[in-house]
Write a protein that binds this ligand. Structure first.
Ligand SMILES: Cc1cc2nc3c(=O)[nH]c(=O)nc-3n(C[C@H](O)[C@H](O)[C@H](O)COP(=O)(O)OP(=O)(O)OC[C@H]3O[C@@H](n4cnc5c(N)ncnc54)[C@H](O)[C@@H]3O)c2cc1C
Length: 672
């Protein structure tokens, strides 16, 4: 019994430790502020310190690769906190989607500076374009940013960073101070003096200044022969050059911090609103068992949800090339997405709506309204949260969206190849590169990972134009994906549980692999056959998708549904669903169900669950009046008709009144 308890406790500890390790940055452990939707505004608005915030996405490989640098930087400038703080915000976290949109984050990682004492919401200042992201560069930019503050908005904890004018240096010696005064003599371009000043802002009994090496005679008098050098004036008025091994920031700072009487100030801690991450503290996501030889609709739908509601939604307005790319993307995906009927219908509705709009600019919010079905059009629906299955990572920041995006585009290339007629009347029917070119433009304009987009564009430029058939397009994407796999093998973004390999591996497709004179070679005909099977409808599993709460039930469901077409859905554990389920029983679903599933034979059965969940949502929107069911649309139409007929009656009334008055005037004969 005791052993069992101990094992349980150990398991719990292990689980908590794993969950802790789950995020790129850990609040309380990393020397930076982990901001969230609920805390970021409060932290940045009217703050007494400036901020530099990295908006990242946990699924972006470059962000994962950059995390050690950012952590090291935060540790390096920890003492600067009262003047400038380092923060991070994970835009890949569902709760933060809206916030990242508000801050206009298009790409990851994005670095923004926020001045102290900002009175109104601001999206911050961008990192200087073209600069590298080395620790030293970012640190120096933080200093430049602090110096850009006006006198009255400068963080109170930040001492003047400009050099003391040479005619004032002598006065520093005159004063009878009770503290040390250190003067770092340096060249104009050096940052050492400013770094040392900031390193010591949390220390008392010492003031650090910087001076330029322009007055050579004065330097000679002080015995300074090289720069940077640090000259120290003691509290008793004596002074001299300090002797250190290397003229480096760290040497100067640690020497000054260790002077007798110099100690850390007892600063009241800044009110940093760092909320414990929900997931880290309580929720440990359950691993979903999956079959790697299958394609999961949950991944494709989750990817589509993220793409439409998060990635694209960072663009407030679509116009020009972006709008064209979006329209073409929707046209192609509406025809080729091998999904459930409500999702396909949503894409088709979106496509028709876009075609019918003769606008050259569309605010993305209008598109979002349609994606979220604000108009309550019957039978359209797309899940609004992510559920990774074949794309789940062993840690939450790994895999996910980018994995689903690859899968989505592979699926589209295969669909175009196996159903070439699907694109008839779209203007793309004779274009073998249709999916590839559309992907290329999507990645260029919208993909959050800018560096990935650049790499992809280089590959596209090199050989995409040589693709002459739809089959070759399937192979082109496969080949280029393997190039990316090869480049990223061993990278920090690699999930140890899913190493980057040349795919498909021999266990998935033995016939794809051959050896020619002892050298590995691909059998491309077999690879094509394999891809056409792997990314095709019959290989898609509908396990774990919305409306299927119990996985085992769902798995069975795939098979069972085919046999028991009319068997009722088992109630889910969800309370809301239960209520809706009851409503369904009271309110026969026949018409809507028939309408939704009538037109597509093969997808009919597997769509049933999705359709039912749509119906459950729709049932909510019906109002019963005299025993007849009215939808919200019906009710709105009634109101419109009522208002229109009242207006018509009023107009008629005034018209006849005017006419009768005119008639009276005309035929009025006063008695004489
Ligand atoms: C266009 C694009 C460019 C990218 N460029 C970069 C980059 O430059 N740097 C970076 O760090 N990250 C980049 N990424 C992200 C990176 O490629 C992975 O998506 C991410 O690291 C997650 O990897 P993963 O293990 O889920 O497998 P992924 O590479 O995402 O693959 C997803 C799934 O596709 C299947 N698959 C794998 N290889 C192939 C293939 N050759 N053909 C068909 N199917 C295959 C497998 O089932 C695999 O699980 C890019 C993503 C995209 C969509």
């Amino acid at each position: 019994m005791a052993a069992a308890r101990l094992a349980l406790a150990l398991l719990l500890l292990l689980a908590v430790a794993l969950a802790r390790a789950a995020r790129l940055y850990r609040p309380g452990e990393d020397p930076l502020a982990v901001l969230e939707a609920g805390t970021v505004r409060r932290a940045l608005l009217n703050a007494s310190a400036a901020w530099v915030v990295q908006f990242y996405s946990s699924s972006c490989g470059h962000c994962i690769g950059f995390a050690p640098t950012w952590r090291a930087l935060a540790g390096d400038v920890r003492d600067w906190e009262p003047a400038i703080r380092i923060g991070v915000l994970d835009c890949g976290e569902e709760d933060n989607y809206e916030t990242c949109k508000e801050y206009g984050i298009y790409y990851y990682p994005t670095f923004r500076y926020f001045k102290a004492f900002t009175k109104q919401f601001t999206t911050g200042e961008n990192y200087k374009a073209g600069s590298d992201r080395e620790l030293q560069t970012v640190r120096q930019m933080m200093i430049d940013f602090l110096q850009n503050h006006s006198q009255d908005s400068r963080p109170p904890a930040c001492p003047p960073l400009d050099p003391v004018p040479s005619h004032d240096i002598a006065t520093l010696f005159d004063k009878n101070n009770h503290h040390y005064t250190a003067i770092v003599f340096e060249s104009n371009s050096s940052y050492v003096g400013r770094e040392v000043i900031l390193d010591l802002i949390q220390y008392e009994n010492i003031v650090v200044k910087r001076a330029l090496n322009s007055d050579k005679a004065f330097l000679e008098k002080l015995g300074i022969t090289s720069i940077p050098s640090c000259y120290l004036i003691y509290p008793n008025g004596s002074h001299g050059l300090i002797n250190i091994l290397k003229p480096l920031r760290s040497f100067f700072s640690s020497y000054l911090k260790s002077l007798p009487g110099v100690r850390r100030k007892l600063l009241s801690q800044l009110p940093i609103p760092i909320k414990q991450n929900k997931e880290e503290s309580t929720e440990i996501k359950q691993w979903k068992e999956f079959d790697k030889s299958k394609l999961y609709m949950a991944d494709l739908e989750s990817g589509l949800h993220y793409l439409l509601r998060v990635e694209l939604a960072t663009h407030k307005m679509l116009e020009g090339a972006e709008l064209k790319t979006f329209k073409d993307f929707v046209t192609v995906i509406a025809k080729l997405f091998p999904g459930r009927q409500p999702v396909v219908k949503l894409l088709e509705t979106l496509q028709e709506w876009l075609v019918s709009l003769p606008l050259d600019k569309i605010p993305y919010d209008a598109i979002l309204d349609l994606v979220n079905n604000k108009m309550r059009i019957s039978g359209i629906f797309l899940t609004n949260h992510v559920q990774w299955v074949g794309c789940q990572g062993s840690r939450p920041e790994l895999r996910g969206y980018t994995c689903s995006l690859w899968k989505l585009f592979h699926t589209l290339t295969v669909q175009a190849a196996v159903r070439p007629k699907a694109l008839i009347n779209t203007g793309f029917e004779d274009n073998p590169q249709v999916v590839l070119q559309m992907m290329r433009r999507y990645i260029q304009h919208f993909f959050g990972c800018k560096a990935c987009a650049q790499h992809f564009e280089e590959m596209a430029k090199e050989s995409m134009d040589s693709v002459k058939t739809l089959d070759k397009a399937v192979l082109w994407l496969w080949e280029k994906h393997n190039v990316v796999n090869n480049r990223l093998a061993g990278d920090l973004s690699e999930d140890p549980k899913f190493p980057k390999v040349q795919w498909p591996t021999p266990d998935l497709c033995p016939a794809c692999h051959e050896e020619i004179k002892g050298l590995h070679s691909w059998n491309e005909a077999q690879v094509l056959q394999f891809l056409k099977h792997h990314y095709n409808n019959e290989n898609i599993l509908y396990k774990y998708i919305e409306g299927q709460t119990d996985s085992s039930e769902a798995e069975l469901g795939d098979v069972k549904e085919k046999k028991e077409k009319s068997s009722p859905r088992k109630p889910s554990g969800n309370k809301e669903n239960n209520n809706l389920e009851q409503q369904n029983m009271l309110d026969p679903k026949s018409k809507v169900l028939d309408r939704l599933i009538a037109n597509d034979g093969p997808v009919k059965e597997r769509n049933k669950n999705a359709v039912e969940s749509v119906i459950r949502k729709e049932t909510k929107q019906f109002v019963s009046f005299l025993g007849i069911g009215f939808s919200n649309i019906d009710m709105s139409l009634c109101v419109v008709l009522y208002v229109a007929s009242s207006l018509f009656l009023m107009i008629m009334y005034f018209f006849f009144r005017m006419r009768s008055r005119r008639w009276k005037m005309k035929y009025y004969r006063p008695f004489v």
